[in-house]
Design a protein around this ligand. Structure first.
Ligand code: ZN
Length: 255
């Protein structure tokens, strides 16, 4: 059995596009997708990010406080990861691994729904989330602080030892951002960049998003993304509405 990759909705957020592309599209409020990815590997079922908590759709300020104004939720609870998994015939109990690109609220918001899973995270990301100064600044304890076991990684990590799913550190957006490179038989390599590359302009024009932890570190990670791209990888951006429109979704998997 080969590996399959499903693109699932984890919500949708309207924000100032200029936040991601400073000097461009300032003040233009655009709805951006929040993505989750289901990776079906013969050894395990893995989710790369869980998106927004479904309550964000109905009670945004209760979960996110003032951040719900800058990132205005525009989705229904049905457009989040658990119902999305149902559409490909799976339940949360089927998920073995939750791979966390980072611990921002729109990436790990539904982690708690996967009671059987081990959460894989970069050690520096977990340390950042645990720092009390991070609370409310993109990180919310309610999203990530659960009884689920953590597996912390530091360098590149070949998850199954067969090169099919490789976690690649790409710090800059946050201290411990991880990407996932998924090697598929037909499609080739898909690099899930998450917020290492939020929208295409960050990669093509090196526009540094305003919500960047460290711009110098970010540039080195973008150079790493370019190397993957040069080797033929399809790079999937974190929140790019135009790219999202053209991706296969749900049961229509990449293989
Ligand atoms: Zn983020």
């Amino acid at each position: 059995m080969s590996v399959r990759l499903h693109v699932l909705s984890g919500g949708r957020l309207r924000s100032d596009k200029g936040l991601f592309t400073p000097g461009r599209d300032e003040g233009v409020r655009e709805a951006a997708p929040v993505a989750c990815f289901l990776i079906r590997h013969p050894q395990a079922l893995a989710l790369f990010d869980t998106g927004c908590h479904p309550d964000v759709a109905t009670e945004p300020f209760k979960r996110w406080g003032g951040l719900a104004k800058a990132f205005q939720p525009e989705f229904t609870p049905e457009e989040t990861v658990v119902p999305e998994l149902g559409r490909v015939g799976l339940s949360p109990d089927d998920v073995d691994l939750v791979l966390c690109s980072h611990l921002h609220m729109d990436h790990c918001g539904a982690n708690a729904f996967f009671p059987r899973a081990t959460c894989v995270v970069h050690a520096r990301e977990l340390a950042t989330a645990r720092d009390p100064k991070s609370e409310g600044r993109g990180y919310f304890r309610a999203d990530w602080d659960h009884a689920l076991p953590w597996r912390e990684v530091e360098g590149e990590q070949d998850l199954f030892g067969d090169g099919r799913v490789v976690l690649v550190p790409a710090p800059g957006h946050t201290p411990g951002t991880l990407m996932a490179a998924v090697a598929l038989d037909r499609t080739g390599t898909v690099l899930l960049a998450s917020d290492a590359v939020i929208v295409r302009e960050n990669l093509d024009e090196e526009l540094v998003p305003r919500n960047t932890w460290d711009a110098e570190v970010w540039r080195r990670s973008v150079a790493e993304v370019r190397r993957w791209q040069a080797r033929g990888a399809l790079v999937v951006f974190g929140h790019d509405a135009r790219q999202w429109a053209g991706l296969r979704k749900g049961p229509d998997a990449y293989d």
